[in-house]
Ligand binder design. Structure first.
Ligand code: ADE
Ligand code: ZN
Length: 420
């Protein structure tokens, strides 16, 4: 199939994906160049010793083959003995909002292969298992390279609808009552897909999620920060005929070297339009990026924000203002922000009085949907209590952009569940 100018499938095929070779190497050179992002022209060998540990080894391109990757343990393996008071059944029962989910990051390998088949897009992997084996990341950029390339199978309105419905089915089963979905229009328009195709498919799924699954859902359009502000303005212009279908804008993609200030004017315009505003900040970037997301972009939530821990003054500010952080524990380990879940700073953030929420980010790539993030985080951090679980769920509902009446209803449900 002809993907038109900028067709990702075609470009990716010509230039080569990162692929899991027989040796277990991931060859990630070239892909970054496609995105204008930093180019890692070396072979990166990544070993995951356990589900929760990431360690890296960088080798020259000519290095001999390394041994195969150690197979990953099932992602449900608890790091500590189960504590029934914060076990899976209880965590599932809490009504929760998911506020940080990139819907393209919910595209499961099986679904990706199915869409590739029906759309005539070649995937440079022989099987679902071979694709999964490539999901070993050294940092955010190494993930983004594979993530953007994988989105090339999304062509039709039906593809976007089905991808989102698959997410909603899982979210409903996890006890999610509200989901605010990030989507990246530039990833699709750049390869010739009309923005209306993207938004209409996702929007139809949001309506169906409400009607059939009882999951309230809305869309947040994200600008890719490695592209220019001019490009973001053009994307906003293209999206405006569909203004009724999204409630806010966000900022994602490669953080380092792309500070929030770069998008000051487009965010000001979005605020004038009455859109909610959020931004990724302090995932890999410094606390200064969180400060400028607050001061320059005037965001209502910080996505990630875990690096705030490096600035006591910022921690104080976040606590006093009640600024929500949408933290993504499994993502942070997969992208090597923390070495293990046990080393995650979520407890410190909570104890400092921050409005922390738990989210899945890109669940198909990071080993778990929302409930799995709760379950594994509670298993790995024994300091977390039943009260913390209730607080995390409450924060998520309070920090959502849902209508006030819905929030009040879910908060009452949460109170009822907590009282049992
Ligand atoms: N896009 C998808 N997942 C992302 C993440 N974790 N950080 C920045 N951009 C993203
Ligand atoms: Zn994210």
């Amino acid at each position: 199939m002809n993907l038109g100018h900028g067709g990702w499938g075609a470009r990716v095929r010509r230039r080569g994906w990162g692929r899991a070779g027989d040796s277990g190497h991931l060859v990630l050179s070239r892909i970054s160049a496609l995105r204008g992002a930093h180019l890692s022209d070396e072979v990166v060998t990544v070993f995951f010793h356990t589900t929760h540990r990431c360690s890296l080894q960088f080798a020259a391109a000519t290095a001999p083959a390394e041994p195969p990757m150690t197979p990953m343990a099932p992602s449900s393996t608890p790091a500590t003995p189960a504590r029934p008071e914060v076990g899976e059944a209880f965590l599932r029962s809490l009504p929760k909002a998911e506020l940080h989910i990139h819907i393209e990051g919910s595209l499961e390998p099986g679904q990706m292969f199915e869409m590739a088949r029906r759309n005539g897009v070649d995937l440079p992997y022989a099987s679902v298992d071979a694709l999964r084996a490539a999901y070993a990341f050294s940092d955010l950029q190494s993930f983004l390279d594979i993530y953007y390339a994988g989105a090339a199978v999304l062509i039709t309105e039906r593809d976007f609808f089905e991808m989102a419905m698959a997410y909603f089915e899982r979210a409903a089963a996890d006890g999610v009552v509200r989901a605010e979905l990030f989507f990246d229009p530039q990833t699709h328009t750049e390869r010739g897909i009309a923005i209306g195709t993207v938004i209409e498919g996702l929007s139809r799924a949001c309506r169906e999620a409400g009607a059939r699954l009882g999951v309230s859902a809305d869309l947040i359009l994200c600008f890719l920060r490695h592209l220019s502000e001019e490009d973001a303005f053009a994307t906003l212009e293209q999206a405006l005929p569909f203004r009724a279908h999204f409630i806010g804008v966000g900022l994602d993609s490669s953080e380092r070297g792309h500070p929030p200030e770069k998008f000051a004017r487009v965010f000001a315009r979005c605020r004038e339009l009455g859109l909610h505003v959020v931004a990724h900040a302090g995932e890999e970037g410094p606390p200064a990026y969180i400060e400028s997301a607050l001061d320059v972009l005037k965001v209502e939530r910080i996505d990630h924000g875990v690096r705030a821990i490096d600035s006591p003054a910022l921690m104080q500010r976040l606590a006093t203002s009640g600024m929500p952080l949408t933290v993504c524990p499994l993502s942070n380990v997969k992208l090597c922000v923390f070495g293990t879940l046990a080393e995650h700073n979520l407890v410190q953030l909570l104890r400092a009085g921050l409005k922390v929420t738990i989210n899945s980010d890109d669940p198909a790539y990071f080993g778990g949907y929302l409930l799995q993030n709760y379950v594994e985080t509670f298993a790995a951090l024994p300091a977390l209590t039943r009260g913390d679980a209730i607080a995390l769920a409450r924060h998520s509902l309070e920090a959502s952009f849902a209508p006030a009446a819905d929030k009040a209803r879910w908060l009452a449900q949460l109170q009822a569940v907590s009282a049992v």
